[in-house]
Design a protein around this ligand. Structure first.
Ligand code: LIP
Length: 275
């Protein structure tokens, strides 16, 4: 893939993020029609579907041979994903749908592009706050054009860690997540939960906290934010400390290898299966 191909893809990614952001902003203060998916805490609205449809159309108009993985298309078809070497656009139309429904400002549009199974472009747009996070592989991460740098903290005791309860209500999963929250409170300076994986990763990229861990999310929730965090100098791994497998539904991000190691050691690692 040439530099100019990547440049064209990046330009389209930012432009569809702005278009998605406008749809999200227009609907934000209005009453929403809400449906549930796998659990009563797994939500979808008309806006999620509208954004995904328009973004899919824009991408296919310009790059008809590229692949597309979208949260809502996947939920409807129930299909498993196979990552190929083809250029693949992976989108979450609204990451933080529960926030969106409740008019909580941490909502985002997330778009990652993989080529040869490597993420080459990440764009996360938080439209209510008008924060556009972008990254290209090897070229750094930016917030509204300003270069990002993750925190330099190495001591877990000084770290603020973001984590989430997630949408599964399976008793064993909930029990293990509560154990993890207990461990995080015990070993860190504090925990936070913003309700959007993409936003959480961008917070770490921007030095707003030192780490983020979540079990039970999907490739579309984190693939763009993971590149943004990495390009800002953070470490992104599987929570066990192995390389991140984008289909294994769990992620650990930390501002430094020391904080990553400390986190991995105190956590109970949930097996979430594969996307
Ligand atoms: C959300 C994630 C969040 C997680 C929620 C949900 P959605 O994505 O970003 O981190 O805790 O359960 O999966 O469903 O709003 O796109």
């Amino acid at each position: 893939m040439s530099e100019s191909d990547l440049e064209e893809m990046f330009t389209l990614a930012v432009s569809v993020a702005k278009e998605a952001g406008q749809i999200i902003r227009d609907a934000f203060d209005k009453e929403k029609e809400v449906d549930t998916k796998l659990s009563a805490a797994d939500l979808v609205t008309e806006s999620d579907q509208a954004v995904e449809k328009i973004v899919n159309t824009r991408i296919m108009e310009k790059f008809p041979t590229h692949r597309f993985i979208g949260e809502e298309t996947t939920s409807e078809s129930g299909e498993k994903h196979e990552l190929t070497d083809d250029p693949t656009w992976i989108i979450d139309p609204i990451d933080g749908t529960t926030n969106f429904v409740n008019r909580i400002q941490e909502v985002s549009f997330s778009l990652g592009i993989m080529v040869n199974k490597k993420t080459v472009i990440g764009v996360v747009y938080a439209p209510i706050k008008d924060e556009m996070f972008t990254a290209r592989l090897g070229k750094g991460a930016y917030l509204n054009g300003m270069k990002l740098q993750a925190s330099k903290i190495t001591d877990l005791k000084q770290a603020v860690i973001i984590t989430e309860g997630g949408s599964s209500r399976d008793a064993k999963e909930v029990e293990d997540k509560v154990k993890n929250i207990h461990a995080l409170i015990t070993h860190t300076r504090g925990i936070r939960a913003y309700g959007s994986a993409a936003v959480n990763l961008c917070h770490v990229a921007a030095g707003r906290g030192q780490g983020y861990v979540e079990y039970g999310i999907h490739i579309w929730d984190f693939i763009a934010g993971a590149l943004i965090a990495k390009e800002a100098g953070a470490v992104v791994l599987d929570p066990t400390g192995c390389d991140l497998d984008p289909l294994r539904r769990r992620i650990l991000c930390a501002c430094s290898p020391e904080v990553a190691k400390g986190l991995s050691q105190i956590l109970t690692h949930l097996d979430m299966g594969c996307d």
